[in-house]
Design a binder for this molecule. Sequence first.
Ligand code: SAH
Length: 194
Amino acid sequence: MIKIELIEFFKSLDRRLFLEKNQAYASMDIPLDIGYGQTISQPSLVLEMTDVLDLTSDSKVLEIGTGSGYQTVFLAKFSNHVFTIERIEALYEKAKERLNVLGYDNVSYKLGDGSLGWEEHAPFDRIIVTSSAFKIPSNLLEQLATNGKMLIPIGEEEVQKLLLVTKDSHGKINQESLGYVRFVRLLDDEGRLL
Ligand code: SAH
């Protein structure tokens, strides 16, 4: 069952704040265009993914694909610190400004290829990737803490499996599919599919 605090927060957060266009559709449970060929996920999926991550007030979180910053806010609210990486400068700038205005001061932003992780701050208790790839980037597996959890959509361009990847106390990796999703692609610095 989803934690009541998470549901309350979800209900209180207006998705319009994260949209420059398509604001009229903000309250609908559908993904929306945020420009630059990118999308904000449908709210119910953001809620579900946040819930599965099982955040605590001690969690150090790495997010790949800041986008609008909508998912970032859920992470910031329920964890200790969020390190978020976005490769499109305009989205990175806007999300940073938005979250600063909203008063989230436990978020660090980076412009670049998040598939490489953020070495200086590793390991991370939780990693969430909101763009899809053919395989799990090895840097992210390495930067996942023991007893850590990672959510990442893996598969072809049309459809992917949302994988919950866990690393146990011995460093052993386990993965489980939570079902099918469709995310935009994870791209490297040159814009190549990963
Ligand atoms: N979580 C976002 C959804 C953003 S869509 C939200 O709530 O709005 C996915 C984002 O991943 C896009 O903004 C895209 O530019 C970004 N992205 C794709 N490949 C990336 C990479 N290698 N590193 C960082 N960000 C990446």
